[in-house]
Design a protein around this ligand. Structure first.
Ligand SMILES: [Zn+2]
Length: 163
């Protein structure tokens, strides 16, 4: 479904893991996902690994974010899916079974009276979408998106405004 990255070489450098290889496409549905020095992510089974792309002649190097915990053992010859960084963060919420979800009720604080759904940007506040889902005590997701994407394992949130 997503473009793929065929890994030719895995280098465990001091600053992190570096993967070199070739990609099937730098775009998804006509939108560019890979370019020199762009952030990106790789999907390996139920995990997302974040990092940055670097152009190398006709090949690409992907440097895994050293802040990202090592979730995956990469190997030469492996083919993984590539997703841009923004959507990768959202795909992770759908596929990563280690994420802890909890149902919560929005309460305004002195600092803020609303939040936004990580998928659809709907307002989550005391007067709107008051019940929501919280992922890893971090991202907030409206109940509609939780059901539609997370529970159904759907990536249909990857849409772009019509140009
Ligand atoms: Zn939503």
């Amino acid at each position: 479904m997503f473009p793929t990255f065929k890994i030719n070489q895995v280098i465990k450098a001091e600053k992190g893991v570096e993967l070199t290889g070739s990609i099937s496409s730098d775009s998804f549905n006509g939108h560019k996902w890979v370019d020199d020095k762009w952030g990106g992510s790789l999907r390996v089974n139920n995990s997302i690994v974040f990092g940055r792309w670097h152009k190398q002649n006709s090949d690409w190097k992907f440097i895994v974010d050293p802040k990202d915990p090592i979730k995956v053992d990469f190997s030469a010859g492996q083919e993984v899916e590539l997703i841009d960084g923004y959507w990768g963060e959202r795909v992770e919420l759908v596929i990563d079974k280690s994420i802890e979800w909890k149902k919560d009720t929005y309460l305004a604080t002195d600092k803020s009276d609303h939040d936004h759904c990580f998928f659809c940007w709907a307002t989550i506040a005391e007067f709107e979408n008051r019940q929501y889902m919280l992922a890893n005590n971090r991202e907030v997701v409206c109940l509609h998106c939780f059901k539609t994407y997370v529970e159904n394992g759907s990536f249909d949130f990857i849409i772009y405004p019509k140009e």
